[in-house]
Ligand binder design. Structure first.
Ligand SMILES: *Cc1c(COP(=O)(O)O)cnc(C)c1O
Length: 394
């Protein structure tokens, strides 16, 4: 249970209550509790332009509207826009830019974010400087007159670096740039970037908000009507909008976000402590551990430390590959944030495209293993990892 201050757009109910109710009213016609899946493309007009709020489902769909209202409330914003993927959401932020503009982004942002900046927008003459966003002097030095956007992720993947949202938003604003925060790892239950001064929050709904590894989605949340209208123009013009069934699945997911996150956090903390004391493990990266370099900042900025952690196996690339292949409670897969535990090896999977020297310099060692800690029983997770260590290191 949290005691978050939790007032959003005039709704002063607590987070757990808004997770279930914000944006949703029983259907006025039938009394149905759950938002219906409005599988529908177009809407009747009484006279040209005289409609009941909806014209065409790319522009707006009632199931999506309820999800957007729910997410705006949870992220402590005034408006939200949903997309067919997290990348669809990120692309829409970049749609705000013009040729000649410049972006400052963290050097350990999500791989898809790195790719769209360097391989799509770079072609449109939008240049990005990647910096260590925990080094504020480096961020300031990277700012140019043309900088229009500072892109921040926290905690980051896979080393769980924690970035100071308030300080980075200040640097962005000093340079008249927007500050966007990818809040996918923390979720609004643990961290609300708009409260720290960020202008835009980006979410991959695919992860914790959906929470069940059964849909792909994205969202942007803001606390500014004009900015929302600009994003809405691109949402409708580009058209990467979710279908009503996907919106329904995420709406179903957000209802249990608080209880799921509590268990994710509890299990991750217990597993991190167990791994930290284990002979087969050299190092654990989890912001909840006092040994984590950003522990104090995480404790201030976040309400808890999340369900993602990484650790360095005291072993080779091959031995780490054996560990991730042998586990059974932990499924070998990319992605994160579902109820089931996942395991992956960055050096061989998500970060394999980075040349080895560069990878090692960034701290991504051969033995590094990342886990998305699910909500199964933590003792089964420990036993599963122990069996995999025994198989790999014997
Ligand atoms: C998964 C992810 C994305 C992209 O979201 P998709 O829904 O896969 O398009 C963006 N940022 C982070 C941090 C992610 O984990």
């Amino acid at each position: 249970m949290s005691d978050r201050p939790d007032e959003s757009d005039g709704d002063d109910r607590r987070f757990e209550t808004r997770a279930i109710h914000a944006g949703q009213e029983p259907d006025p016609e039938t009394g149905a509790l759950m938002t219906p899946i409005h599988a529908n493309s177009t809407y009747e007009q009484d006279a040209p332009g005289d409609h009941r709020g909806y014209e065409y489902s790319r522009t707006g769909n009632p199931t999506r509207t309820d999800l957007e209202a729910n997410l705006a409330s949870l992220e402590a914003g005034s408006h939200a826009r949903c997309f067919s993927s997290g990348m669809g959401a990120i692309n829409t932020v970049l749609n705000l830019l013009s040729a000649g503009d410049h972006v400052v982004a963290g050097d350990d942002v999500y791989g898809g974010t790195h790719r769209i900046l360097t391989q799509v927008y770079d072609e449109y003459d939008i240049d990005t400087t990647f910096v260590d966003t925990t080094d504020h002097d480096a961020v300031r030095a990277a700012m140019r007159d043309e900088t229009e956007l500072v892109w921040v992720e926290t905690p980051t993947n896979p080393l769980m670096n924690v970035n100071d949202i308030g300080a980075l938003a200040d640097i962005a604003h000093e340079g008249d740039a927007l500050c966007a925060v990818d809040n996918t790892f923390a979720t609004p239950y643990l961290q609300r970037p708009l409260e720290h001064g960020a202008d835009i929050v980006s979410q991959s709904l695919t992860k914790y908000l959906g929470g069940h590894s059964d849909t792909i989605g994205g969202a942007l949340i803001v606390d500014d009507e004009e900015l929302d209208e600009r994003l809405g123009f691109y949402q409708n013009s580009v058209g990467a909008t979710p279908g009503p069934f996907d919106a329904f699945l995420v709406l179903r997911g957000t209802k249990t976000l608080p209880v799921r996150m509590d268990r994710h956090c509890e299990n991750a903390m217990a597993l991190a402590e167990w791994l930290e004391g284990h002979d087969a493990v050299d190092r654990v990266y989890y912001p909840g551990l006092e040994s984590h370099p950003d522990h104090e900042l995480a404790a201030e900025q976040m309400d808890d430390f999340g369900g993602m952690l990484s650790f360095e196996l005291d072993g080779t690339l091959e031995e780490a590959s054996t560990v991730v292949s042998e586990t059974e409670v932990f499924t070998l897969a990319e992605s994160l944030g579902g109820v089931e535990s996942l395991i992956e090896q960055p050096a061989a999977m998500t970060h394999a495209a980075i040349p080895r020297e560069e990878r090692l310099a960034a701290g991504l060692t051969d033995g590094l293993i990342r886990v998305s800690v699910g909500i199964e029983h933590v003792d089964d997770m420990k036993a599963d990892l122990q069996a995999a260590f025994d198989a790999a290191l014997s």
